[in-house]
Structures are given as structure tokens and as C-alpha cells.
Design a protein around this ligand. Structure first.
Ligand SMILES: Cc1ncc(COP(=O)(O)O)c(C=O)c1O
Length: 457
């Protein structure tokens, strides 16, 4: 009996071993590639998903970064030529910013800013305010991204006039070809049809103008368009609540430069008519144009300043809308509260990263080193501008737009070719953007421009 049982037992073990063995022997299906799982389940922004999911498309998966460089999973190295969509400032994996985030993480990652406060947000607000002349932009309203920084400014402008004796001021003026973000409110301001989507059917009234002359001519307009939801054909001056502009350079328009002195004149016009000036420095802020903020080139201080992207050094989503005591005071009355905010407003990790990024500006003398880098970039771009396939090079500080000479749209092809030469960037139609992290060295600048030249060749 005992013997039989043992036999049976051995048999069963053997059969199990056999089946295990046979499992080992039969070919296992290969694990799905991560990029295939991506194609099955992920929806990417600003991306034609039919092209993305096409069998021949092999998505680039980035796994590591250091300084201006990024690596894919095969170990290929690329220069981050657009600072990871205009965000990175001091380079990837910066030890100072990493350490600040880790230290904050060991305390707490996130706490609500509704009804509570915390040290990183308080310190960051004080440091941001200290970057501007005393008693100018001395209030900081946090949110999470560039679009919400803009929406906050727009909503504050409209609500301010409504509750401070000028309710007829319900129109925001934006410029042709402007880009201020993708949420419905921000997209309503866009002068680029592709980015407007259906946003104009919602929300508030926007008047679009081409330039300062067109703005000035609104004085003579008497038309009264609908109260909301439309790009107005006519707008009388009395309805204008605020003018919004990307100072010095319109990014998504293809890096188009405003004439020198335009911003100063715009400020004068806004002051003359007591209209708010909103500066969208989501792209230009934090050193990109050669000064900490683009408005400092023309000594302009707005009523609202919108900051995001580079505020955390390009590490975490955080935004700030800075404004004045006057605006703040307009929200103190009974029933005048600004009912707006998001769950991750003033995220503690983001604020810690932003404080560390401001320290790096001081410790690495980031702004002081920029003029020499700008000179080097200008010299390299000048050579590139002589290329027969280059129509125009537009350049402001550490931002460049290289417009290709072609009747077809070939920007995306050129960027794909640049990837083979170790450069990552994205086009705006036929304009290739070069906007590297500010920590880039002269040698790396040369590598970046050379890679683009080869791609254009
Ligand atoms: C000038 C400007 N404003 C706003 C935005 C929107 O920022 P986000 O993408 O963080 O919402 C952008 C983004 O590119 C921008 O360039």
C-alpha cells in the first residue's frame, strides 16, 4: 500500500515535472514590446494617432537624461534641442534640483492649497515677487500649466471689471497668430486656427488684432458684437478688459519676433486707456530670451504675468499668474472671491523644484553666462542661414526658428532626419525650433546646429 502510494506519488511528480518541462520546452510567446502596448492603449497629444499606430512607426522611447542629453532604450544619445517642449532650463538630472525634490518627497509630496498653505509655496512666491520692481507684481496665484496660468489671468481681468464698476468690459484682445494654450479658455485667444478647435463657440468674447495700429484703431470702432463666445468683428474700446501678448516673440506662430519697442508702446496704450496688460511668458520666462523675463528687455511691468514651463527648471508641472495689489484688492469685497483653482495647485514637489531652479540660476550664474552663448548661437545660425534650403532664421536669446525654403511641408521630415544625427526637436510647419537647455556648452551648440544642417542636407 505504502509502496503503491509512493509509486503513484512519484508518477504524479514525474508527470508534473514533465508538464513543467514541456512548458519550458514549448516556445514562449515573446513579451509584448512596450511600444506595442503604447500603441494599444495610449493617446498622445498633438499627434495623428493613425500615423503613430501605423505598423511601420517605431516610437522613440526615452529612458534617461543628463544635462542637454537624452537616451533611448537602445542607448542612443540625443541632444534635447527643444528642451523637452520648451521646459528644461538647467539640464536633465540636475543634482541640485533632484536633491530638492527628494528632500521634499521625504517630507510630503502634495497637500491641498485650498484652505491650507505650505513653506515651499510661500518661499517661492516671495522669491518670484523679488524678481520684479517693488510694489509691482506682488501677488502670486498658482496653478499647474501654461494654459491655466493664462486662464487665471483672463478670468481675473474679466471678474475684476465686473465687480469694480466697469461690467461692460467683457472683451479680451489677443493678437493674430497668438498662442496661449489648449484649454477652452486659453484656446479661445489663439490666432492660429489649428489650435482654436471649437473653442470660440464657448466662453468669452475675444477681439483679435494684427498689430499695435489695429489696436489703436479700436478707438474709432462703435460696433457691439455678442457678449460671449465669438471672435468679434468689431469692438468698441469701452468693452476691452485686457490685452494679452506673448512678449518679444510669438512661439507657436513659428518664432515670430515683434518689432523692438512694440511692448513698451503697448504698455503705454494700455496705461492710457486703463486696460489690463497680460504678458504670457510661459515660453519666454526664465532666461530663454537672455534676461530672466522677456518684459525686462523693454522695462515693462504688466498687470498680469503668466509663468509655467521653465518655472520648475522643466521638472514638474507648476504655473504662476503674478499680479498687482490693485487687482488683488478688487477681489476683497463681499461676494468678490476668485472661485477658481485646481487639485494640484501649488504642488509641494513642484514648488521645491522651482525654488531649487532659482538657486541654480544664482549658483551657476546662468543669466551672466548667456550673452556669450547667444553670440555663439548667432554665429552658428548665421552660417546656417546661408544654406540654400533655409529661407529665414529668427533668433531671440536662446530661442531660434529656422524656416525652411520649401513649397511643401517638410519640417517633420527634417526633424526625423535630425534624429538620425542625434538631435531631438519638433517643427512648427516648416520652421524648425532650436531652444536648448540654457546650460548648453559652446561645443554642444555646435553639435546641435551641425546635426540640423545635416538633416536639412
Ligand atoms: C506662450 C504660451 N502660452 C501658453 C502655453 C500653454 O502651456 P501648457 O502647454 O503648459 O498649457 C504655451 C505652450 O507652448 C505657450 O507657448
Amino acid at each position: 500500500m505504502r509502496q503503491m502510494t509512493r509509486q503513484k506519488f512519484l508518477c504524479s511528480v514525474f508527470s508534473v515535472q514533465c508538464s513543467v518541462f514541456s512548458v519550458h520546452l514549448s516556445p514562449m510567446p515573446p513579451p509584448p514590446k512596450l511600444t506595442d502596448i503604447d500603441k494599444s492603449h495610449v493617446w498622445h497629444p498633438f499627434t495623428s494617432m493613425s500615423e503613430w499606430c501605423a505598423p511601420e512607426h517605431d516610437p522613440l522611447m526615452l529612458v534617461r537624461g543628463a544635462g542637454c542629453w537624452l537616451w533611448d532604450q537602445q542607448g542612443n544619445k540625443y541632444l534635447d534641442g527643444n528642451s523637452s517642449i520648451w521646459t528644461n532650463i538647467h539640464g536633465h538630472n540636475h543634482p541640485r534640483i533632484n536633491a530638492a525634490i527628494k528632500a521634499q518627497l521625504d517630507r510630503v509630496a502634495h497637500t491641498s492649497f485650498l484652505g491650507f498653505t505650505h513653506e515651499p509655496a510661500i518661499q517661492l512666491a516671495a522669491e518670484l515677487v523679488a524678481l520684479f520692481p517693488a510694489n509691482t507684481l506682488n501677488k502670486v496665484f498658482y496653478s499647474d500649466n501654461g494654459s491655466t496660468a493664462v486662464e487665471s489671468a483672463v478670468r481675473m481681468s474679466l471678474q475684476f471689471w465686473k465687480q469694480n464698476g466697469r461690467p461692460e468690459r467683457d472683451v479680451i484682445v489677443a493678437f493674430d497668430a497668438a498662442y496661449h494654450g489648449d484649454t477652452l479658455g486659453a484656446a479661445s485667444l489663439s490666432g492660429i486656427p489649428l489650435f482654436q478647435g471649437s473653442a470660440n463657440e464657448f466662453g468669452y468674447a475675444v477681439k483679435r488684432v494684427a498689430n499695435l495700429d489695429a489696436l489703436a484703431s479700436l478707438i474709432n470702432e462703435t460696433g457691439d458684437g455678442p457678449k460671449n463666445g465669438t471672435a468679434l468683428a468689431k469692438t468698441s474700446l469701452k468693452r476691452i478688459a485686457a490685452v494679452i501678448i506673448e512678449p518679444l516673440i510669438q512661439g507657436a506662430a513659428g518664432m515670430k519676433l515683434w518689432p523692438q519697442g512694440m511692448l513698451k508702446q503697448l504698455q503705454a496704450w494700455c496705461r492710457e486707456h486703463d486696460v489690463f496688460l497680460i504678458l504670457d511668458e510661459v515660453m519666454t520666462g526664465f532666461g530663454r530670451t537672455g534676461k530672466m523675463f522677456a518684459c525686462q528687455h523693454e522695462n515693462v511691468t504688466p498687470d498680469f504675468l503668466c509663468l509655467a514651463k521653465g518655472i520648475t527648471g522643466g521638472y514638474l508641472p507648476l504655473a504662476a499668474t503674478m499680479t498687482t495689489q490693485r487687482v488683488f484688492d478688487g477681489f476683497l469685497g463681499e461676494g468678490c472671491t476668485f472661485y477658481y483653482g485646481h487639485s494640484y495647485t501649488a504642488n509641494q514637489l513642484g514648488c521645491a523644484a522651482a525654488l531649487a531652479s532659482l538657486s541654480v540660476f544664482r549658483e551657476e550664474r546662468t543669466l551672466e553666462l548667456l550673452p556669450a552663448k547667444e553670440d555663439k548661437l548667432r554665429e552658428l545660425l548665421h552660417d546656417l542661414s546661408l544654406h540654400p534650403r533655409v529661407k529665414e532664421v529668427r533668433h531671440c536669446g536662446m530661442i531660434a526658428g529656422i524656416e525652411l525654403a520649401s513649397d511643401e511641408i517638410i519640417g517633420a521630415k527634417v526633424c526625423l532626419a535630425a534624429r538620425k544625427h542625434g538631435l531631438l526637436t519638433r517643427p512648427i510647419l516648416n520652421t524648425i525650433v532650436l531652444m536648448p537647455p540654457l546650460c548648453i556648452s559652446d561645443d554642444e551648440l555646435a553639435v546641435m546646429v551641425q546635426a540640423l544642417r545635416r538633416a536639412i542636407d
